[in-house]
Design a protein. Sequence first.
Length: 497
Amino acid sequence: MVQTLNIPLPDLSAIAPELILTAWVCGVLLIDLFIPKDRKHYVGILSLVGLTLTFLCSGYLYLRGENLSLFGGMLAVDGFALYFKMVFVVVVMLTIAISLRYLPLEEINLGEYYGILLFATLGMMVMAASTDLITIYLSLELMSLSIYILAGFIKKDPKSIEAALKYFLLGAFSSGILLYGMALLYGLSGTTNLSGIGSYFAQHDLSHEPTAILAMILLIAGFAFKIAAVPFHMWVPDVYEGAPTPVTAFMSVGPKAAAFAALMRIFLVAIVAVRPHWNSIFWGLAVLSMTIGNVVAIAQTSLKRMLAYSSIAHAGYVLIGIVAGNQIGYASVLLYVLVYVFMNLGAFSMIILLCTKSGRGDQIKDFTGLARVNPWAAAAFVVFFLSLAGIPPTGGFVGKLYIFAAAIQANYVGLAIIGVLNSAISLYYYFRVVMAMYMEELPGPLHLSTHPVLVFALTVMVLATLFLGLYPGPFIDAAMSSMAPLLPKAGVLASHF
């Protein structure tokens, strides 16, 4: 008699967003074969439809309060993962919206561009939900390989090829470092499950174990590269400058947010027992990233390089929330990631507004006299810069307020003061662009894009940046509740601000 095995299948409805996106990206790549070269924007529009369905499905699961562990503890469907999934989908939807005008100008209007973006999104979504070292690494590589391709998408441009090569070489090196750290954790604990590693660390005093300390250092080095923290930031200016502008905008927010999600999973669940060691290192990384990022940005004449160093500084601000180590600090990380999506993506999108076949509009001098040609566009740029600098009534102000408040509550007053001083420094180089737009004479004709999708995307980002600053309550509550699944494992009790 043949005996059948009754293996229980997981509830696939819990990973419906990933299933929808996987099916959609396969469909998009097939349909692309039948769409003429001059109509590839239809592939982008089709991708937006799939992303909308993915967002709605993630939002439904989030509102239902799902809290599941799937595939033998390799994936989690909880508020933390679903929050980041919705953020990722918004990032890619806005990226596609600003790409619809840019790709034809650079003569790279190819359907596979949108397919690769969707693959990167899938990697980020799985990365945020991963509760096992294996799934974290696999999803990280899916995301990274997609971005390597996107960075060099302008094959006729040597700078784009250089950006892709630099990012690939350094990215592969950092992934190897990260994998070595993961291997050491597995060697110590005998498991790749984050909760299992956390239990092993809690039962054994490994605070002075050399292997545990080395694993922690390697993990910090690998993730510091992914979030572009000093001193692992050397790739950022060249890659951001050479990559296609929509890809640069995407890289500055999406993969960075995914890296923070995975970082928080590992450090707050798996190796929270050695928190005193990694907290001190993160303190140093935060100070270095904020200071060097803001100071070096002052000397830049390229807007893309200036925003690249600005993104390094913002990685330092986010690290303050992790260093604080309380519920407000962790929730402020989630809130700041959401705000950062709109203000930083919006700042990079302004470059596309000035992009033409004869120039890319990525120099500060290209924005000279913009306020005289289009006051609304200049005002939008001012909103993004005010938010990046942390000036009210923008979302950036609220994000920094909560991050600095968390640091003060955790007795890291000096760190909060350093953050405030660095925000003051950033005002100088942000307002260099504002001065060029409003105070300097227009040197010649200035042509702006009036592509309706680009204008709509910029409008959404401006309104979102202001709305998050004027009415942040629901988003703060969402960030607080999304962190709830990780707080008990991190040894933090829920509190109210």
